[in-house]
Design a protein around this ligand. Structure first.
Ligand code: 8IG
Length: 273
């Protein structure tokens, strides 16, 4: 079935509104309060947040695509949190490097906003530039540098990105886990990892984390008026920071090993938001 987002004459917000009404119908939950995108290493948090009342295969909802990557679960879940709030858990991320266009990349964020969510928690697995970050370290995203040369905004849409990753939410996260460090997330297109020279460039321009997902999503979340919490799991030191070459298998393994710590951490933070 053709994806309506691929037709440039369609309105991506109308498609997100349609997706949100399908989610409301499938779950019987009229509004969600908070949305989470769970990236590599963060998946186990879903079960710890609260009671999953509904699980929907993402590709049954308008505008969503089948996941491109093994290890990425393609589901949308409605979770009842202990505090009575409703979370929409997005386990289906479309990456920019898939070349389906930026509309598809941010559709889940726009859909989350259309379900009523006012808080967007964006998580990912990423490479670390700070040498003392061991694989398995979760860090807060304090800001980003978008090196994709693309934007989810269409037309002359000028949007302020100050305090994009809300200090208020980072402070709440640090109340839960004072040892959480933070850094500037630098989004590359991927899917190749960086060269060591590119990592040095990212470092020189103020980056601490290298990844392939979150910056474009955060821009769309800000456009939708959501407050954003961003967290990266450092699954590997960025290329050239450690002597070892990067391997996707090792990245996945570091993610799996960290899940046992990340799940409870994220659940505690979400309960406090
Ligand atoms: I997991 O080292 C993961 N994702 N760009 N660089 C980039 N993305 C990543 C990396 C990394 N590790």
């Amino acid at each position: 079935m053709a994806n309506p987002l691929d037709d440039p004459t369609t309105d991506p917000f109308a498609i997100a509104a349609q997706a949100a009404s399908e989610i409301a119908e499938a779950t019987g939950v009229a509004t969600h309060d908070i949305a989470l995108t769970l990236g590599s290493g963060w998946g186990s948090a879903a079960d710890l947040l609260g009671e999953t009342t509904h699980t929907i295969p993402a590709d049954e909802i308008t505008g969503f695509s089948k996941p491109a990557l093994v290890g990425h679960v393609g589901t949308l879940r409605s979770v009842l949190l202990p505090n009575g709030k409703r979370a929409l858990v997005i386990g289906a991320r479309t990456h920019y490097y898939e070349n389906h266009g930026v509309r598809r990349v941010v559709h889940s964020v726009r859909t989350a906003a259309a379900t009523g969510a006012t808080t967007m928690v964006l998580t990912n697995g990423a490479g670390g530039i700070k040498e003392h970050w061991k694989p398995g370290t979760p860090v807060l995203i304090s800001d980003h540098i978008n090196l994709t040369a693309d934007s989810p905004l269409e037309g002359a849409t000028f949007i302020d990105l100050t305090d994009l990753y809300a200090k208020r939410l980072r402070d709440i996260a640090r109340e839960i886990e004072p040892s959480l460090d933070e850094g500037v997330y630098t989004q590359f297109r991927g899917p190749h990892y960086e060269t060591p020279a590119e990592v040095q460039m990212a470092k020189a321009i103020g980056g601490h984390i290298v990844g392939m997902s979150t910056a474009l999503e955060a821009i769309a979340a800000r456009q939708a008026g959501m407050e954003i919490l961003g967290m990266s799991l450092i699954t590997n030191l960025a290329a050239g920071i450690s002597k070892d070459p990067l391997s996707h298998a090792e990245v996945l393994e570091a993610g799996r090993d960290a899940e046992a710590v990340l799940g409870p951490l994220l659940a505690k933070i979400v309960a406090a938001l």
